[in-house]
Design a protein around this ligand. Sequence first.
Ligand code: SF4
Length: 364
Amino acid sequence: MQIFKSDYFKNMGLGGVRAKVENGERLSFEDGLRLFECPEPLAVGALAHQMRIRLHGDKAFYVVNQHVNYTNICINGCVFCAYQREEGQDGGFVLSKEDVMVKLDGAALTPREVHIVGGCHPKLPLAYFEDILSAIKERYPDVILKCFTAVEIAHFARLEKTTTKDVLSRLKTAGLDMLPGGGAEIFNQSIREQLCPRKSTAEEWLAVHEEAHALDMKTNCTMLFGHIETMEDRVDHLVRLRESQDRGGGYTCFIPLPFLTENSQLSIENPLTGLEELRTIAISRLMLDNIPHIKAYWVMLGVKQAQAALKFGADDFDGTVVEEKIGHEAGATSEQGMTRIELEEMITGCGCTPVERDGFFNEV
Ligand code: SF4
């Protein structure tokens, strides 16, 4: 912070925000808006970097993980989704348990974390998912299974005619360790009705996560930004996540997801600039004072932007991934996967210290 003249933040309208950040005080909704309105994204980034250094020093975490997308058949039809197919449509697929095991057995590195998500398939029973989780745990007992968004959990409950809590308990018994953060999109219901009217509401999404926390499971959380939402919607989303964390405390990591326009039915007049992506990541760090980690998800950001994000408040670089379909169908231009060496080189290349972790962020 020494490189900035003493009145720099004040001149940027951030004097009060800076004082709060330095004193470890919580930022208000209005502070969040002020950060979005600040004419200089670098000032916002500097404050977020200060907070990130206080929390994690120069460490940047990564995990040897593997993504598996079990189906792209989905009944929800979200307008931004380039991944979904209808049942019977060309290009639709459903993996069998054996297909999943072949993917894991073929990985160059045994993953510490397996991330499984897919579309809301109209027919797959809960037993299909229980079988997959049990088979993975049997063969890889130490792996952390981070599977199924809150939207999928709610969908399984509807198909099984039971509660989300019951679904979570059954999947936990089968081996589920934690939930990923997808499906949160943006919480403002009027935006959800335009983007994803058949998807769980914000209240349902938050309730599933809080049920998981009550069952002693960790979860992640996300925000999809850069589509038709306003800056107020972004701040509202972050504040609602922060309040949810105050109630349960089970969120481990927040993942800001920039909207990728390619192959989407949604046309965006002013697509996100790189600096606006970085500003939103920085504001996430500053607003989410009770969520330990902010992810620079290189799959969606691209590797170079993810490196920059490590200087704008993010401290996690995700992982090896191996094969990713959802972001790539939406136009992500990153590689499908990275090796441990490549990840470490990317992290050291921007002046951070790589730290390998497991799915719960324990250093390994
Ligand atoms: S975003 Fe998810 S829930 Fe929505 S259509 Fe795509 S796969 Fe289905």
